[in-house]
Write a protein that binds this ligand. Structure first.
Ligand code: DGJ
Length: 758
C-alpha cells in the first residue's frame, strides 16, 4: 500500500514538507481513478481542521489534469442543500460555513452529537484502488472509502466501511455506498430506471428530474429488492440521451435487501445522488469497536448514450463481478410450468426424455420434492424449512433422478427456497418457533399458502442449520450442476428474537448479510454449480445476488410479447447470460417460433411439458436448440446493441456482436402491428467492423411462418439474396444504410439473423 498523504490536523507547510521527505514525487501525484476511457479526478485542500478531498470530475479522460481541476466548478451558488462545496463523500454536517443538511451518511455519536465533520486521515493506493481514510474531526468515527477501477469495462466499484472507535454505540440513520454531488454541471437531468411488480418486471421509466425536487428510488421489501424499483439507474446529463448519443452516468447498487437511492436537484441546480442500504426498521446501531462494510456500487460513464453504459455493465459483470461470468450458460428444461407441485418420479423421467429429445443440456426439478411427515410439499402451505427428499414422490431420491438425467446425457439441478419456512407446517419451526422473524406479542403475518414466513437469517444458528440441510441435499446428488434459489416473500414480520431490543433496527441489513453468508458457503463448497437467483420471478434481478449467482429468473410472466419489453429493460443493466428466458405455454395464443425467438435474447431454456409440443414444434425446437448452442457465445458473451425500442415502437430489434466483430446475431420482434402501416425501415446495425464483409443467414425459419406482406417482397428478396451469398455487404454499409428487413402483418412475427464475417 503506497501512502502519499499524511495524517489529519497537519498544517499545510508541515504537510508539504512531510510529503517531500517521504518522496516528493507523491506530492505531485494527482488523486484520481482511471479506466480505459474515463476518470474520477479529485482535489485535495487544506483547512484549519485538516485535509479535505473533493470529487471534481467524473467523465471522459482529460490529459491536462491540472487544467481540469482549474476548470472544475468548485461550488455552486448558496443552496438550501447547505453546503456549496461538498466532500468526495458528502455527509450530514460537514465543515463549511453552512451545514450540509443532506449527504450520504447521518449518524448520532455516542455523546449525542448528530453531525459529522470528516477530514482525510490518509489517502492510499491498494493496487489499482484508491482508498480514502476519513475520520471525524472530533469523534473516533472513521469512514474508509474505496474506488476500485475495472479498467477494461470502464467501471469503478466504490463502497465505504464505517468504523466505530467511540466508547459507545453510534446510531446510523442513513448510510450510503456512494454519495455524489455535481455542482452546476447541467441544468437538465434525466433519470432512467426500471420499475415493475410480480409479472411486470423491467419496465423502463425515463423522466426529467425537475429543479427543486427530490426523487427517491427504493425497495423496502427486504427480499424482493428489484421490484417497485430496480437498484440501478442511468442519469442523462444536460438533456435526454438515446441509445447512441448523450452523456450518461450509470450506477448499480450491488445489494439484495432494502435500499434507497435519492436524486435531489437543488433550486440552484446542484445534483446530489446518494444510495445504499435502507434502514427500514430504524437506526443501525454500530457498537463500539465494530465496523460495517456497505455494499459495492458500480459506477460507469458514457459519452455515447445508454447503449455504451449497458455494454460497460455487461462486460464488468461477466469479467469482474459474477462468479463464473465468462462461462457459457447451459440450456435447460424446468418442470415448474409443466407440472407445478404435483408430479411423480415416473412423470419427471418422461419429461427428461422430452428434454433429451429437444436437445437441451440440463433438467431442473422445481418446487415440490421435499418435506417431512405431515408436511410433505404437495401444496404450497407446507414443507419449507425441511429440505429432505419426499420419498413418496421420489422413491429413488434426488440422486436417482440425477442418475436418470445422466443416462440421458442431461445435467441435473433442483429448486430450494432456503430463507423460508411454513408456520405450523414444517418440522423446523415446530422445533424452533423462535427461528422465524416475528414481532414480540403480535400475531404473525402469514404469506403464500397462508403459512409462509421468513426465517431469521440474522441468527447464525438458523443459517448453520439451513446450510447443514442444503449441503446434505446437494452432496447427496453426484454431479449436481444447478441450484435455483427462490424467495417468495417480503419481510412481513419486522422483528428478530436473535437481535436484542437495542439492535432491532439492524434487522434488514443483517438479514441480507445472512443471505450472503449462506450463498457464499454454497459458492465456496460448490464453486462450479450454476445458480439461479429467483424471488417470485424477477425480485432478485440485481447485482447483489449476481455476486454469487450466475443468472436470475427474469419474471414469472413468460408471455413472449411482455418478455420482449422486460428483457429489453433487464438488458439496460444486466448481461444476456444472466437473463433466464424460457419458452412456455402461455395464456395468449402465440406462435411457437415467436416464443422461441424471444427466448433467444437471454439464457435460453424451456419450462413446459415437452409432450405438449406438436411434432412440428418439436422439430422446430430441436433445430432451435442446436442453433442457440452455436450462437450462444455471441449472445451470452458479446456486446449488446439495442436497435429499436419496444417501448417506443410496434416492433423491437437488438443485436449482439462478438469481441472480434466476426459474428453477430440480430433479433427482430413484431409487436401487434397495424396491417396497413407495415413499413419497416432498414435496421441500422451497430458494432460491426466497417471493413469486414458479412454473410447473412436467417435462423429458426419455418415453413408455416406467416407470409410477409407482398408490399415488402423486395426486402425479403434482398435477405434471400444475401443468404445465397449474392450480396455480401460491408459492416460500413450495414451500419450506414442498414439491413432491409420485413415482418409479417399478423400480430406476431419475428426473425433471428446471423451475420458471419467472410
Ligand atoms: C416462484 C418462482 O418464480 C417460480 O419460477 C417457481 O419456482 C415457484 N416459485 C415455485 O414455487
Amino acid at each position: 500500500m503506497k501512502q502519499y498523504s499524511t495524517t489529519f490536523a497537519t498544517k499545510f507547510a508541515a504537510f508539504a514538507a512531510a510529503l517531500f521527505l517521504a518522496g516528493g514525487a507523491f506530492a505531485a501525484e494527482p488523486v484520481k481513478v482511471e479506466t480505459e476511457n474515463t476518470m474520477m479526478l479529485f482535489e485535495r485542500e487544506q483547512s484549519a481542521a485538516g485535509e479535505r478531498l473533493y470529487l471534481r470530475h467524473f467523465g471522459p479522460k482529460i490529459a491536462d489534469e491540472a487544467g481540469a481541476l482549474a476548470l472544475a466548478v468548485k461550488s455552486g451558488p448558496i443552496s438550501s442543500l447547505g453546503t456549496d462545496n461538498p466532500l468526495a463523500y458528502p455527509v450530514f454536517g460537514e465543515s463549511g460555513r453552512w451545514i450540509n443538511r443532506f449527504g450520504g451518511l447521518k449518524v448520532t455519536h455516542d455523546n449525542g452529537t448528530v453531525t459529522l465533520d470528516l477530514i482525510v486521515e490518509k489517502i492510499e493506493r491498494d493496487g489499482e484502488a484508491l482508498k480514502v481514510r476519513w475520520r471525524d474531526a472530533v469523534h473516533d468515527f472513521r469512514v474508509i472509502q474505496t474506488f476500485r477501477p475495472r479498467a477494461d469495462a470502464d467501471v469503478v466499484e466504490t463502497w465505504v466501511e464505517l468504523v466505530n472507535g467511540e466508547k459507545g454505540a453510534v446510531r446510523i440513520s442513513r448510510m450510503s455506498s456512494f454519495a455524489l454531488v455535481f455542482p452546476m454541471l447541467a441544468n437538465d437531468w434525466r433519470l432512467m430506471s426500471l420499475t415493475g411488480e410480480w409479472g411486470s418486471e423491467g419496465e423502463v421509466v425515463d423522466k426529467p428530474i425537475e429543479r427543486g425536487r427530490r426523487i427517491v428510488l427504493d425497495s423496502r421489501s427486504g427480499i424482493r429488492d428489484a421490484w417497485l424499483n430496480n437498484p440501478a439507474f442511468m442519469l442523462s446529463i444536460g438533456g435526454p440521451s438515446t441509445e447512441t448519443d448523450g452523456r450518461v452516468i450509470g450506477c448499480a447498487l450491488c445489494w439484495s435487501g432494502a435500499w434507497e437511492m435519492s436524486f435531489r436537484r437543488s433550486e440552484v441546480d446542484l445534483l446530489e445522488v446518494v444510495g445504499g442500504p435502507a434502514n427500514v426498521a430504524g437506526d443501525y446501531v454500530l457498537d463500539s469497536g465494530k465496523s460495517i462494510k456497505l455494499p459495492v456500487a458500480a459506477l460507469t460513464y458514457s459519452e455515447n448514450g445508454k447503449g455504451q453504459i449497458s455494454r460497460n455493465f455487461h462486460r464488468w459483470a461477466r469479467r469482474h463481478w459474477m462468479p463464473n461470468g465468462t462461462k457459457e450458460r447451459p440450456t435447460l428444461l424446468n418442470n415448474w410450468e409443466g407440472t407445478g407441485l404435483l408430479f411423480k418420479e415416473s412423470e419427471i423421467v418422461k419429461i427428461m426424455d422430452g428434454a433429451k429429445s429437444v436437445g437441451v443440456e440440463m433438467f431442473v426439478l422445481d418446487d415440490g420434492w421435499f418435506g417431512l411427515g405431515e408436511h410433505l410439499r404437495n401444496t404450497d402451505d407446507r414443507g419449507l424449512g425441511d429440505w429432505y427428499v419426499n420419498r413418496e414422490k421420489l422413491p429413488n431420491g434426488l440422486a436417482g433422478l440425477a442418475d436418470e438425467a445422466r443416462k440421458r446425457g442431461l445435467k441435473f439441478g433442483f429448486w430450494v427456497e432456503p430463507e423460508m419456512a411454513n408456520w405450523g407446517k414444517c418440522d423446523l419451526l415446530e422445533k424452533h418457533p423462535d427461528w422465524a422473524l416475528q414481532e414480540k406479542g403480535r400475531p404473525m403475518r402469514l404469506g403464500r399458502g397462508g403459512t409462509q414466513v421468513v426465517l431469521d437469517f440474522t441468527n447464525p444458528a438458523v443459517r448453520d442449520e439451513i446450510w447443514r440441510q442444503l449441503d446434505a441435499a446437494y452432496s447427496s446428488v453426484p454431479g449436481l450442476a444447478y441450484i435455483k434459489w427462490d424467495a417468495n416473500s417480503n419481510i412481513e414480520n419486522v422483528g428478530s428474537t436473535y437481535l436484542d431490543a437495542a439492535h432491532q433496527g439492524n434487522l434488514y441489513f443483517d438479514y441480507t448479510m445472512g443471505y450472503y453468508d449462506v450463498l457464499s458457503r454454497q459458492r465456496a463448497k460448490y464453486p462450479n454449480l450454476d445458480m439461479q437467483a429467483c424471488s417470485s420471478g424477477g425480485g432478485h434481478m440485481e447485482y447483489g445476488s449476481l455476486r454469487y449467482c450466475d443468472e436470475f429468473w427474469t419474471s414469472d410472466n413468460t408471455d413472449p410479447r411482455d418478455r420482449v419489453k422486460m428483457q429489453w429493460g433487464a438488458s439496460m443493466f444486466y448481461p444476456a447470460c444472466a437473463i433466464a428466458s424460457h419458452v412456455t405455454v402461455t395464456g395468449r395464443q402465440v406462435p411457437f417460433k415467436y416464443r422461441v425467438d424471444v427466448s433467444f435474447s437471454g439464457r435460453f431454456g424451456f419450462e413446459m411439458q415437452p409432450k405438449s409440443m406438436s411434432p412440428r414444434e418439436l422439430e422446430f425446437a430441436k433445430n432451435a436448440v442446436k442453433e442457440y448452442h452455436r450462437i450462444r457465445p455471441v449472445v451470452q458473451q458479446g456486446d449488446l446493441y439495442r436497435l429499436v425500442s419496444p417501448f417506443e415502437h410496434d416492433y423491437s430489434a437488438l443485436m449482439y456482436v462478438d469481441g472480434a466483430k466476426t459474428r453477430a446475431v440480430i433479433c427482430l420482434y413484431g409487436l401487434s402491428r397495424d396491417t396497413r402501416k407495415n413499413y419497416l425501415p432498414p435496421l441500422v446495425l451497430q458494432g460491426l467492423d466497417p471493413a469486414k464483409r458479412y454473410r447473412l443467414r436467417e435462423l429458426n425459419t419455418e415453413s408455416w411462418r406467416w407470409p410477409h406482406s407482398p408490399l415488402l417482397g423486395k426486402c425479403t428478396d434482398f435477405v434471400a439474396e444475401m443468404e445465397k451469398g449474392a450480396a455480401v455487404p460491408t459492416g460500413e454499409a450495414l451500419m450506414k444504410m442498414g439491413l432491409p428487413v420485413s415482418l409479417g402483418d399478423k400480430d406476431y412475427d419475428s426473425a433471428i439473423f446471423e451475420l458471419i464475417a467472410e
